[in-house]
Every structure is written in C-alpha cells, then in structure tokens.
Design a binder for this molecule. Structure first.
Ligand SMILES: Nc1ncnc2c1ncn2[C@@H]1O[C@H](COP(=O)(O)OP(=O)(O)O)[C@@H](O)[C@H]1O
Ligand SMILES: O=C(O)C1=C[C@@H](OP(=O)(O)O)[C@@H](O)[C@H](O)C1
Ligand SMILES: [Mg+2]
Length: 160
C-alpha cells in the first residue's frame, strides 16, 4: 500500500502507449462507493470477493498495464492467474510507506497503528509477492518517473 502501483502504473502505460487499469477503481465502480466504505459497510471479505472478480475480469479483457491492490495476491486464485504474467513488485521501507499513505486516500487496513499494521501485512504477504513477481524494483528515493524507467529496464531483462 502506497508504494506507487497506481501512480507508476499510469506512467508506465503512457510510456508503453497502452491502456492503464486499476482493480481498486474497478471495485469502486462496481460497488458504487469508495474502498473505505466497502470495508466499513460490508467488511473485508466482501471487498476481497469483489477484488478477485475485478482481477479475473481485468486479466481477461485488458491488454495493457494493470495495477492491483496490495492485498490481491492473498487470493490463491489470483496468484494462479498471475503466474504467467510479467508481474512487478515495487518496494519501499516502512517509514516511506507511512509517509506516502498518510498523504493519500484512506486505506482502512492502515487506519489504526499504521506502522505496526504495515509491518504485519508485509510479513504475511512478502512470500506471496515474491512468488508472483518476475521483477523487483525499489522505489525508495526515486520519483515515480524514475521507477517507471526502472520497470521498463527490469522487464526487458526478465523477458522470457
Ligand atoms: N516514487 C514515489 N515517491 C514519492 N511519492 C510517491 C511515489 N510513488 C507514489 N507516491 C505517492 O504515494 C502515494 C501512494 O501512491 P499510489 O500510487 O496510490 O500507491 P499504491 O497504488 O501502491 O497504493 C500517492 O500520494 C503518490 O503520489
Ligand atoms: O493492501 C491492501 O490490503 C489494500 C490495498 C489498497 O490498494 P493499494 O495497494 O493501491 O493502496 C486497497 O485495495 C485496499 O485498501 C486494501
Ligand atoms: Mg493503488
């Protein structure tokens, strides 16, 4: 969360001359309300069900750059769908995560004790991120434009 998937994904699509899509935006459009309200009104499980469906639909019909929500990989079904895709994992440290998410749209999972929550989520998710990632790009101390450039280079190197 807050690492720049949405921001950098949009830039990357521009560079590649392709479309950009974000599964959080698709979920918000389907539910007709912001992510934080879905969590509040219907709960995280419902959000995850909408998210699994949004990822499946986007991967089936979208041919461009796709940004996922940070928790999408928790679904085994989603990890399977990502297995043959050029997935990029973006990284940063906890201080940067708290800085970036503090300035941005509310993320319900970081609403209380963001530092501790972020560490806990990373511990749980890092093995899953690593499992699906074809390239890893550190965003620390880099502008979104620099990150997009790094991704282009990293994917070129990892091309099968
Ligand atoms: N490389 C970066 N350096 C500084 N701030 C960034 C960087 N990438 C993104 N941000 C900022 O961090 C916040 C979260 O970015 P966002 O793209 O929404 O992340 P994600 O989609 O991974 O949650 C936004 O305010 C964005 O402008
Ligand atoms: O990591 C997560 O569990 C989440 C990440 C968010 O998206 P970003 O990763 O784009 O912030 C959003 O899907 C929701 O708040 C849950
Ligand atoms: Mg995002």
């Amino acid at each position: 969360m807050g690492v720049g998937k949405t921001t950098v994904g949009r830039l990357l699509a521009e560079r590649l001359g392709t479309e950009f899509r974000d599964t959080d935006e698709d979920v918000v459009a389907t539910a007709g309300k912001p992510v934080a309200e879905i969590f509040f009104d219907e709960g995280e499980d419902h959000f995850r069900a909408l998210e699994r469906q949004a990822v499946a639909t986007a991967l089936a019909e979208h041919d461009g750059v796709l940004a996922l929500g940070g928790g999408a990989v928790m679904a085994e079904e989603t990890r399977r769908r990502l297995a043959d895709r050029p997935v990029v994992l973006l990284t940063m440290d906890v201080a940067e995560a708290v800085r970036r998410t503090g300035l941005d749209a509310p993320r319900p999972l970081l609403a209380v004790n963001p530092r501790q929550q972020w560490r806990r989520l990373m511990e749980e998710r890092l093995p899953l991120y690593t499992e699906v990632a074809r390239a890893v790009v550190d965003t620390q101390g880099r502008t979104p434009e620099e990150v997009a450039e790094e991704i282009l280079g990293a994917l070129e190197l990892s091309r099968p």
